[in-house]
Design a protein around this ligand. Structure first.
Ligand SMILES: Cc1cc2nc3c(=O)[nH]c(=O)nc-3n(C[C@H](O)[C@H](O)[C@H](O)COP(=O)(O)O)c2cc1C
Length: 332
């Protein structure tokens, strides 16, 4: 039998398959089921600042509908905001501690943040609740016409540094590919002591409905063709930074998992494929990886991880633009 054990963020994983932060991990029941199907770890659904504020707003409107008139709206909103935040946060901490009591696999908490101020104290509570690690899902929209790349990137480092100073938990930073120099940013995260980086978050994309003339959102779930950007960057950064690389987006099959490991991923995060096919797909993917390893005479993941990273590949230019130009040059 192939040995699928690996280490991610200093944690022992029985295999490289981690269930990505999403609604798939928002209850203990679902987490237990994922463990039963072979998941090696779960990342809890992110706690979103906006989500909490939106709910506060919703409850204020609901209260108004029921004729509860507030003398001072702004003060009430402040009060409810704080109150609801506490409730949301309390539920999240409860989810962490109950999940820890119910499963043996690591439970990684996740915070969606844009500023370093809001969440730092909460990270301490996450640690106290028993989470094994914390994923910081950071996205600062790089859109300011007058802001520089440096100031945008600095926000990421500041958040990371403040959280690192507050907790001992291993920290992974989940980022998007939207940077002008990704390699420098990933290196910068390493310099600011990230234990791992998750490449890449996938956002709901905008779309336009030309028949109803309105803006909409594109599919919430990914397709396998979306994996290429992740594969490229995992391959380019593996062996060049001294931290774990978790691959996410568009990984839908055992073949895709093997490709990411060959590129140099330490762990592979899955969401869309499990939404589409259910948690039993984890077992199918693991069987494929295991069989592939046996066919190739590989006993451990360590033997082939990063073998086709850019640093190790005999065809390194495949990950860069050169190959892209050749491809179009030959395409008549
Ligand atoms: C319904 C849904 C909810 C998600 N919620 C979160 C979230 O709360 N935090 C986060 O970091 N990523 C979230 N994601 C992104 C996933 O963690 C994952 O990175 C992304 O879907 C790409 O992986 P996939 O191609 O396997 O779906 C969500 C994805 C989906 C489909």
């Amino acid at each position: 039998m192939a040995d699928l054990n690996t280490r991610y963020l200093g944690l022992n994983l029985k295999n490289p398959l981690v269930v990505a932060s999403s609604g798939l991990t928002d209850s203990v029941k679902k987490i237990v089921e994922l463990e039963n199907h072979g998941a090696a770890a779960v990342v809890l659904k992110s706690l979103f600042e906006e989500q909490i504020l939106m709910e506060a707003d919703y409850r204020v409107r609901k209260a108004e509908e029921h004729g509860e008139l507030f003398v001072d709206y702004s003060e009430t909103f402040d009060y409810m905001d704080v109150h609801i935040k506490q409730e949301e946060l309390g539920n999240y901490l409860e989810l962490i501690s109950e999940a820890k009591r119910s499963v043996r696999i690591p439970v990684i908490a996740s915070i969606n943040c844009r500023s370093s101020l809001e969440w730092v104290d909460f990270a301490k509570k996450i640690e106290k609740a028993g989470a094994d690690a914390l994923e910081l899902n950071i996205f600062v929209m790089p859109f300011g016409m007058n802001t520089t790349c440096d100031s945008n990137e600095k926000a990421y480092y500041q958040i990371l540094s403040k959280v690192k100073a507050a907790v001992k938990l291993p920290i992974a930073v989940k980022i998007s590919p939207f940077f002008s120099n990704l390699a420098k940013v990933i290196k910068g995260l390493e310099e600011h002591k990230a234990d791992g980086v998750v490449l890449f978050n996938r956002f709901t994309s905008p779309d336009i409905d030309i028949y109803h003339m309105k803006s909409t959102v594109a599919d919430v779930l990914s397709t396998p063709v979306e994996m290429a950007t992740t594969l490229r960057w995992v391959a380019m950064m593996a062996k060049r930074v001294n931290m774990d690389l978790a691959a996410t987006t568009g990984i839908h099959s055992g073949e895709a998992v093997v490709k990411q490991l060959l590129a140099g991923a330490t762990a592979v995060q899955l969401a869309s494929v499990l939404y589409k096919k259910g948690p039993a797909e984890i077992g199918h993917i693991l069987s494929f990886v295991s069989q592939w390893m046996q066919d190739k005479g590989m006993e451990t993941i360590h033997q082939f991880r990063g073998k086709l990273s850019q640093a190790k590949s005999t065809n390194p230019e495949v990950y860069e633009r050169l190959q892209f130009m050749k491809y179009f040059g030959d395409y008549k």
